[in-house]
Ligand binder design. Sequence first.
Ligand code: AMP
Ligand code: MG
Length: 344
Amino acid sequence: MQTKWLSYEDEAAVAEAAELLQNGELVAFATETVYGLGADAMNESAVKKIFEAKGRPSDNPLIVHIYDQSQLEALVQEVSFDAKRLMDAFWPGPLTIILPKKKNVPDATTGGLSTVAVRMPDHPAAQAILRASNVPVAAPSANLSGKPSPTTARDVFEDMNGRIPMLIDGGDCEVGVESTVVDMTRTPAMILRPGGVTREMMEAVIGPVEVHEAVLAPLASDAQAASPGMKYKHYAPKAHVRIITGDRAAERICRLYDAAKKEGISTIIFSVCEEKELFGDRDFYAWGDLEDVASVAHHLFSSLRMADEKGYDQVLCHSVDTEGVGLAVMNRLVRAAGFDIEQA
Ligand code: AMP
Ligand code: MG
């Protein structure tokens, strides 16, 4: 199968994408978070193709994308008062809301759960396809399972070429990390996965919001995964990723780098551009600015993919603060690092 790579600004391409979705085929498309790999959420055999194309475990549920709140009627049993307030405040945007599902939403879409995750994306490519197809679209990130999520059309093409009929290009993803996932079937609401809509932003609208303990820690092996995705190894590049935190992190990174170099382990340092000078002539990549953690989120996955493309054995990352979107960055980073965090 040849994957057609077309722009969302091409009307004929959007019409063809919509037709593919209606016919139970897969289409990858840009959203503001990361690229998604979509199928008609109500069509079980279409949804199964997503799991095949990605090599994704079948108990890992998908997010259902809609362009209008009226589509919720077919998907969820009820929208609570607070859930509605979050929708009105943050949709379209990088917030996924978990609600009790209607029976006709296939088990394949929800990983057999009695709940469904729903999001309204804020990207003209995603919106055009959702509107033209007029079906709710189940879409996980359009990467091979376990690899860093794709934030450019080229990333998607690299992973999915030959596996899917069409890729709709919408440029680089603005947010760069996946949506915030919030469980609204309990009180208080609980963040299962941090993202572009932060705890602070939600609390300003609905009051106290909890954060699941597995957000920054490994899931205890006996713990029941509230959000099945949390138990899988995620976001991992081929290179060995290590996180260094604390006041003496930069010094420690230099020492680790120099020791690795002696052993022939090729290493790159990721930190904010303000720290470049601290690392001298060591291989360094500025993944964002100190005062703008969203810029780190934006570059996070592309940085990890770049390290693999250039063949580095090891990436030494200076941690970021977990305020605001920093929590989403650290959630992805600790997983990429297999929870290898050192306090310096
Ligand atoms: P991805 O589509 O790759 O961004 O992954 C979606 C993630 O959303 C999953 O791995 C789950 O962790 C989470 N998720 C989706 N649906 C549900 C649900 N019904 N209950 C809890 N978590 C969910
Ligand atoms: Mg994913």
